[in-house]
Design a binder for this molecule. Sequence first.
Ligand code: GLA
Length: 392
Amino acid sequence: MEILDPGSPMALAEQVSEAFVAWTGRGAEAVVRAPGRVNLIGEHVDYNGGPVLPLALPHATYAAARRRDDGVLHLRSDDPAAEDWSGAVTDLAPGAVDGWASYAAGMVWALAQDGLTLPGGLDVHLTSTVPTGAGLSSSAALLCAVGVAVTECLGLSLDDALRDRLVAAGVRAESEMAGAPTGGMDQTVSMHARRGALLLVDFADGSRTPVPSALEAAGLALLVVDTRVSHALTDGGYAARRDATAEAARLLGVPHLAAATTDAVETLADEEVRRLARHVVTESARVHETVAALDAEDWSGLGRLLDASHASLRDDYRVSCEELDVTCATALAHGALGARMTGGGFGGSAVVLLGREHLPGVAAALETAYAERGWRAPHLLLAEPSAGAGHC
Ligand code: GLA
């Protein structure tokens, strides 16, 4: 089975620059990239004030941009499903833009709210190798690519403080302009990831710690399996869990649910809320155990933590689905050390930890398992920890 190629960053930067010239007749001022992400562990924990452990994918969104002087924002993507969009910068507002452009234009709007405004307007051409709707943060990659392009056009240096402003603007754009509530993990890792490392982000205090990955040296790989079951954060299941867990924190008298103890959680009267809260608290503990397992190079222990995370998301948080459960079970039956759903859930992708020698066998078994059930073949990609957003 084919593995989705992230493409060469240099070739993709050249491709988007050339497309920009063909479109506008002028050279770009900024050519930038921002990666998608896969979360190794710490799911549905960011908006509950706990730790997460994602990594940036080599698959990224590339943007070429140049300022205009007529106050108009022009957006073009070479995704055939995305129509060109244009409108006055001053007309950008929540509710004014639909579809994919609500993310890209939303970022321009959110940055303007933060004082990073381009009153003369902007042309932006985009291309991406991040699969969409796969739970791999194609939206965060798009937001961050547009954000970095804007700051490059403004001549700003992309230091940590500016990266943090782009994260905040990305969260605001996604929530307020695209109507997709998000906890901040995706934008944080897209902006701050380091090549060769996972990124431990603790939403209790905002701290970020790169965690070097020895997986490759140990002959292991992280295989991402896109079930191709559509995942959309705008569907309501995400928001409902967010509200319920915020309510649980209020009932327990803690600032964020991740700060609650397992004993306290078991006192919650409502069974549904108790199960959601149990996931958040146990998942937060698993993130710290995962960092310890990575440090100790305890690969079977790491695999067991991924499995436990999946069971908790399936049984307590209830955001898995049959395709994700079959994917994890099939991978485990064919030599994987651990497997779990990743991202928001309700479809999207699973992440599988396995020895590289098991890749062909697991890929073939997945193909068969999907075909037997009449499902479209999954898409596969390899999660090699990549650098965060920047210019090309
Ligand atoms: C989506 C959100 C993130 C996070 C995950 C679940 O990807 O955008 O902020 O909440 O779901 O862990």
